[in-house]
Design a protein around this ligand. Structure first.
Ligand code: HEM
Length: 430
């Protein structure tokens, strides 16, 4: 008995000693790297788990994701490294480097979402298309759906859903804006993608999608009580629901006149520049519909919520915005909002952009370095993941004058022009 205890003590001390040596070794090597101006500063945390626990904890706390980043930026500077989810991550907050990383898509840097995200949204999703041709193909197909006609139909639907929600709010004492916005944007996305309208089926899908989203930045351990496990289970249910919807539509695709993405993909319509769409497998359709629901629902609902907060805090902006809306309403003959009306909302567009700048809604769009390179004067190794610290840039006083002031006039592009130039990619990083 004594012998077993003794060897246990030995084994434990040995492990602890190894850990100490490992940490000291790594700490020394960081310091060495730094003194030669090679690798960015930062801690790689504990073996295997790195600083993942701290990252997940910050993300689940009320402080959020950026607390993890900000604490380290203050400690190590504008370019620092850490280790999360088993990989070395570098965070940068210089505008030049940010542009370099984003404009170098697939040359030196490629998309790099975590393996666990691929398990949740599906590896045929556009988010997991790590090869340029494959990504370009998916992007072209998905963006060619958003023609002016499709956008016009979508604007009408969104307007109807918003009006309906606003009427129902009038009768209620308290409304939690984010919850309500999430319902509106979810319904809008499902209508646009698959013509699904309010029903029990839609409500179940909404709950499952919320679980998948929650699991995306959770610790990726698949045990019955973890958020990740619940996310995977919800994904399975979504997969089955989408498979039924796709089967059903395939049966009637020739006679159906739905104006949604599913119809567009299944009927193989001509894209704007001529050639027929490539045929998509059911799995590709399922994964990308789920991705689009998540990408469109959460971002837009968060943007609406933050915008309402900023408008409440800035009554002068609210008044100017209301004047613009009332003038458009006076002149417009249509009962629903049209694309033409939207084009006249130049001040509203600035309010949206300013809200996106202040709130930095999309926290994470990682890229992997495909070769050794230099960023901010530091050496970046092939395989490291580069993350742009969008919030630091958005609130940088050398980029924006008085950055914490909500001041919509600072943005001056017209809504449609900027929508076209952004193409769903760089809109949070101007
Ligand atoms: C306020 C609303 C939105 C914001 C702030 C936003 C922000 C972003 C950002 C920053 C990215 C870049 C991710 C990266 O490069 O890794 C992105 C990508 C994407 N977004 Fe949005 N987005 C919004 C609305 C939407 C909507 C409504 C949809 C769908 C209809 C959508 C679909 C996508 C897709 C599919 C991608 C991936 C594009 C690719 O990999 O090429 N987003 N979005």
């Amino acid at each position: 008995m004594l012998a077993i205890e003794f060897s246990l003590v030995h084994a434990t001390s040995l492990v602890l000693l190894c850990l100490c040596f490992w940490r000291i070794g790594r700490w020394k090597s960081h310091d060495h790297d730094h003194s030669k101006g090679r690798a960015p500063r930062g801690s790689l945390g504990w073996p295997l788990i790195g600083e993942t626990l701290q990252f997940v904890a910050a993300n689940n706390s009320c402080k959020g994701f950026y607390d993890f980043v900000q604490t380290r930026r203050i400690r190590y500077g504008n370019c620092f490294k850490t280790n999360i989810f088993g990989k070395t991550h570098v965070f940068i907050s210089g505008t030049k480097s940010a542009r370099a990383v984003l404009s170098n898509d697939f040359c030196i840097f490629s998309k790099s979402y975590m393996r666990s995200i691929a398990e949740l949204v599906g590896d045929e999703s556009i988010l997991c298309a790590f090869h340029h041709e494959q990504h370009q193909l998916l992007r072209n197909v998905l963006t060619s759906f958003f023609s002016v006609e499709a956008i016009s139909v979508f604007i009408r639907h969104f307007d109807e859903l918003t009006k309906k929600a606003l009427h129902s709010w009038e009768k209620r004492g308290t409304v939690v804006v984010l919850e309500e916005a999430l319902k509106i944007t979810f319904n809008a996305m499902c209508k646009m993608l698959m013509s699904l309208e309010e029903s029990n089926e839609l409500e179940m899908l909404r709950k499952d999608v919320a679980q998948v989203f929650e699991a995306m930045l959770a610790f990726p351990i698949n045990l019955p009580w973890t958020a990740f496990h619940k996310g995977l289970k919800a994904r399975k249910k979504i997969e089955n629901a989408l498979a039924n919807i796709i089967n059903e539509r395939r049966r009637v695709v020739e006679y159906s006149n739905e104006q949604d993405l599913l119809q567009f993909l299944l009927s193989g319509e001509k894209s704007t520049n001529g050639p027929l769409l490539p045929s998509f497998t059911d799995k590709q359709i399922q994964d990308n519909i789920l991705t689009l629901i998540i990408a469109g629902q959460e971002t837009t609902a968060n943007a609406i919520t933050w915008m309402m907060k900023y408008l409440d805090e800035n009554q002068d902006v609210q008044e100017t915005l209301r004047d613009e809306q009332l003038k458009i309403e006076e002149k417009s003959r249509a009962s629903s909002l049209t694309a033409d009306d939207l084009n006249k909302m130049s001040y509203a567009s600035k309010v949206v952009k300013e809200s996106l700048r202040m709130a930095s809604i999309v926290p994470w769009f990682p890229r992997v370095a495909l070769e050794d390179c230099k960023l901010e004067g530091f050496k970046i190794r092939k395989g490291w993941v580069i993350n742009i610290d969008a919030k630091a840039i958005h609130l940088d006083s050398s980029v924006y004058q008085d950055p914490t002031r909500f001041h919509p006039p600072r943005s001056c592009q017209s809504p449609i022009a900027s929508w076209r130039s952004e193409q769903g990619r760089e809109h949070a990083l101007e």
